[in-house]
Design a protein. Sequence first.
Length: 126
Amino acid sequence: MKDFIKNRLREGLGHKIPVGKIFANDNIHSHGYASDIMKHIDVYKDDESFEQNPIEIVPISKIYPTQKFVTRDNLESVKGIINQDNTGAYLVEYKGGYYIIDGHHRIATNIMNGSDTIKAFVQHVS
């Protein structure tokens, strides 16, 4: 799967790439429970507030995208963020899952480069 995406990027094929081709879990909209989840994880106010949350190491297998696609151009623009101390991504942990508030492309780039975990700002909600 990762080779498929890398080849698409190299060949310049397709601007939008479905997140299900990259992430272990498909986006929350594909299963019809987005509105229920969103009312619990809609906690973003501003960057400064979100960055008061702790930076945690999160398993890729527990991350759920909240958008349907990533774009080839944005994946190319975040290539340099691989293996840094913090992806800068914002996640909300809810009932054992980690939902992306911001950072789909940064996390996707780490996944395509073989990462099993990422570091991100995480806010826990119940």
